[in-house]
Design a protein around this ligand. Structure first.
Ligand code: LHQ
Length: 261
């Protein structure tokens, strides 16, 4: 079985992490398959939104710890190698994809798995799901963007406690804190996630790509730089076919039919 399932339908590429017996822990094969799926999403104009989720009872529990030989005689492991070759490119790829990514967190999201979810654009979670910054339990620093996303999403106080205590945060609390968009009843998650992704896939894809860039640039920009960026991105959005369609549809009092261009 592939460790990542990919299905394209109605403009949505659904990516399902598929090592359920390991709670979808990440290994190099999974990284390679994820990379291929995201490259396809970037290159294929038919794909206008991505939906990421996990098979089985977990979303993803981060790095596959069974692959690390930490026995007394083993050579020390340089974890920067796998961050540099796998995890950091994955987070960068998710953020840079000029199409919306919905993450449906169907169960526990731990370690790099939690931060993989936070790297997506809209995160929804089953009420039974939880988010665990498990790194401190292993003597590690939150990675895969965790130290960037957490303080920005929930503030330093909560980010620090989540990282130091490594306690599970329920999906409902994650919603209350603004870590994620919504917690949903478990039975509704899959359908709602697909409906959300399909809705996004019929939106103004080009404009969505530009707005991702604008929102994510704001974390490191001054107001002046951000205003300049908005001006430049709006110039691009304003010459898109979808802008023309959006204004025409408004004037004609009908729903827009966006083509994503
Ligand atoms: C696993 C894993 C897993 C292997 C469940 N690996 N098998 C580090 C290094 C380098 C670069 C990148 O980043 C990182 C950061 C990381 O991501 S390090 C990993 C951080 N993640 C964790 O520490 C989570 C480890 N897992 C757990 O604490 C538990 O599995 C949780 C609390 C998530 C779920 O507990 P349970 O519901 O009791 O399930 P379980 O523990 O019985 O797990 C089921 C199976 O999945 C089990 O295998 P087995 O053969 O015994 O049935 C686990 O060993 C396996 N599994 N996570 N990350």
């Amino acid at each position: 079985m592939p460790s990542v399932l990919v299905c394209v339908d109605a403009g949505v590429e659904t990516i399902t992490l598929n090592r359920p017996e390991k709670l979808n822990a990440l290994n190099p094969e999974m990284h390679a398959e994820l990379r291929a799926a995201l490259e396809r999403a970037a290159d294929d104009a038919e794909i206008r939104a991505v939906l990421m989720t996990g098979a089985g009872r977990a979303f993803c529990t981060g790095q596959d710890l069974a692959e690390r030989d930490v026995s007394a005689g083993a050579a020390p492991i340089d974890l920067s190698v796998s961050l540099g070759s796998h995890y950091n490119p994955l987070v960068r790829r998710l953020r840079a994809l000029p199409k919306p990514i919905v993450c449906a967190v169907n169960g526990v999201a731990a370690g790099a798995g939690a931060n993989l979810a936070l790297a997506c654009d809209i995160v929804i979670a089953a009420r039974s799901a939880s988010f665990v910054q498990a790194f401190a339990r292993l003597g590690l620093v939150p990675d895969s963007g965790g130290t960037f996303f957490l303080p920005r999403l929930v503030g330093t106080a909560r980010a620090m406690a989540l990282a130091l205590l490594a306690e599970p945060l329920s999906a409902e609390r994650a919603e209350q804190w603004g870590l994620i968009w919504k917690a949903l009843d478990d039975a509704r998650l899959a359908d709602e996630a697909l409906a959300l992704a399909r809705g996004l896939a019929s939106g103004p894809t080009k404009g969505f790509g530009l707005l991702k860039k604008a929102i994510y640039s704001s974390a490191s920009n001054s107001l002046d730089a951000q205003l300049d960026l908005e001006r430049d991105l709006q110039r691009e959005a304003g010459v898109s076919e979808d802008y023309r369609e959006g204004v025409t549809a408004f004037k004609e009092k009908r729903p827009p039919r966006f083509k994503g261009k």
